[in-house]
Design a protein around this ligand. Structure first.
Ligand SMILES: Cc1cc2nc3c(=O)[nH]c(=O)nc-3n(C[C@H](O)[C@H](O)[C@H](O)COP(=O)(O)OP(=O)(O)OC[C@H]3O[C@@H](n4cnc5c(N)ncnc54)[C@H](O)[C@@H]3O)c2cc1C
Length: 422
């Protein structure tokens, strides 16, 4: 498939890697994973570590989807705050969700364990777009400190320039446990670790259908029927193509990134080298690459057609934050689909021998690695932690195949309008 969105900084700076697997006669495995993003790779690796024989099927190449083109921002937690989780689900479930999603950084653990070279850096700043946003952030930081002994820095408006050279924000929370990385090189590192653990990685082949066979479900791909006792569907934005019913739970929202040329004044823009995301509904998020480019994400489109000129589409958002680099050359512009659920919590579960995890709603760089590991844990017989996620509420979008996206779009446009009205 030619990808009009592939002009990414990440693709240009990716480590060279090709899967060693060549299709032979025996295509029977314990586990078939569909999708070579963070979720599928993490699940495949964790399953192999538990002794399962595993094949991973990716229709393009490792990291082709959101995992290889995201903002690279590692933001602890979920799209809901910890206090919202506690209010909704009670103390005990909130404790487990907190331990899993905030405290236990599985990405850092994988990077350390496998020596993955992906420019990992510490520090994430949530920047307040309005004074009201800042008040809410400060209250949440105080709650996290008091309830979980989770320490972050409350940054007043006057101190924001220690992190970001713009007067635009009304304060923020700097979380040293967050960070940023080169997402495609992380995906490639996971693939190398998975292959070393025995996973067969089949790139360039699309899974069309999950089927029943005498041994249990299997997967029909372009060229083969692959037998497997368990299937893991990790196709995120494309999940409806493989499992139409699961497709009802997310809508794909297009989001775009640019990378400037390497900047002489890069360190002055982001003095603490933190990643930044602001509190608008259609947020701006940015960080520096290892070679001192500004990687900036901003603007969403509710149509699936990309803008003709991505750099021209994103540049005004960048200029609003950093007018001092208005003339910077933009070397790369790319985009991808963010799979969003109705309530912005991921949809994770199991139907018979088919496991799935999708809909991380723009907050998947950290939690997808965890999700993959929890699937492996459940498959091996300990489902307690997996069930905490599987029991999160989930609802399909209303409207059926034709109306689902337009209806969801109307809702999203309403929130985007509220951003503009301030
Ligand atoms: C532009 C953008 C910016 C983002 N920024 C951030 C960020 O800064 N921080 C953050 O936390 N999150 C961010 N996200 C979200 C995050 O990237 C995702 O939540 C996460 O990568 C999802 O990983 P995944 O493995 O579930 O899905 P994907 O990475 O999308 O992987 C799915 C894979 O399945 C493959 N596939 C699909 N159908 C088939 C099939 N039929 N057969 C075989 N293979 C198939 C695809 O080719 C793809 O490689 C961003 C997303 C986008 C698009």
């Amino acid at each position: 498939m030619t990808d009009p969105l592939a002009n990414s900084y990440y693709a240009a700076t990716a480590h060279k890697w090709r899967s060693a697997f060549r299709m032979g006669e025996d295509l029977s495995f314990d586990v078939a994973v569909i999708g070579g993003g963070f979720t599928g790779l993490s699940a495949a690796l964790a399953c192999a570590e538990r002794g399962f024989s595993v094949i991973l099927i990716e229709r393009e190449h490792i990291g082709f989807g959101a995992s290889g083109r995201n903002g690279g921002q590692l933001i602890p937690g979920l799209r809901w705050t910890a206090s919202e989780l506690e209010t909704e689900f009670g103390r005990e479930r909130a404790d487990t969700l907190f331990d899993l999603c905030w405290r236990d950084n599985r990405v850092k653990a994988r990077i350390a364990r496998h020596g993955i070279d992906c420019n990992l850096k510490a520090g994430h700043l949530e920047a307040a777009w309005t004074p009201k946003d800042f008040d809410a952030m400060r209250r949440e930081a105080e709650y996290l400190a008091a309830r979980f002994d989770y320490q972050s820095e409350v940054v007043g408006k006057g101190d924001m320039t220690a992190h970001v050279a713009t007067p635009l924000y009304h304060g923020g929370i700097h979380d040293p446990q967050g960070g940023h990385f080169h997402p495609l090189n992380y995906a490639i590192g996971l693939a190398q670790a998975a292959e070393a653990a025995g996973v067969s990685i089949l790139e360039g082949q699309r899974a069309h259908k999950i089927t029943e066979n005498p041994r249990g479900p299997g997967v029909i791909t372009d060229r083969a029927h692959i037998g497997a006792r368990y299937v893991i569907d990790a196709t995120d934005s494309w999940i409806g193509h493989v499992e139409p019913d699961l497709g009802r739970y997310t809508v794909p929202i297009m989001n775009y990134n640019i990378a400037t040329e390497p900047l002489k004044n890069a360190d002055a823009l982001l003095p603490s080298d933190t990643a930044v995301a602001d509190s608008r509904f259609v947020l701006n998020y940015f960080r520096l690459s290892a070679d001192k480019r500004l990687i900036f994400g901003g603007g969403e489109r509710y149509s699936q057609t990309p803008p003709r000129d991505i750099a021209a589409f994103v540049r005004p958002f960048m200029m609003q934050v950093f007018p001092q680099i208005a003339d910077a050359k933009i070397d790369y512009g790319w985009g991808g689909a963010v799979a969003v659920t109705m309530n912005r919590l991921p949809h994770i579960g199991r139907r018979g021998n088919v496991f799935f995890a999708h809909g991380f709603s723009g907050h998947g760089a950290l939690v997808t690695t965890l999700a993959g590991e929890l699937i492996a844990e459940a498959m091996a017989g300990t489902a307690e932690r997996f069930d905490i996620f599987a029991n999160l509420p989930s609802r399909p979008f209303p409207g059926g195949p034709w109306l689902r996206r337009p209806l969801a779009t109307l809702g999203l446009l309403w929130y985007a309008l509220r951003d503009r009205l301030g």
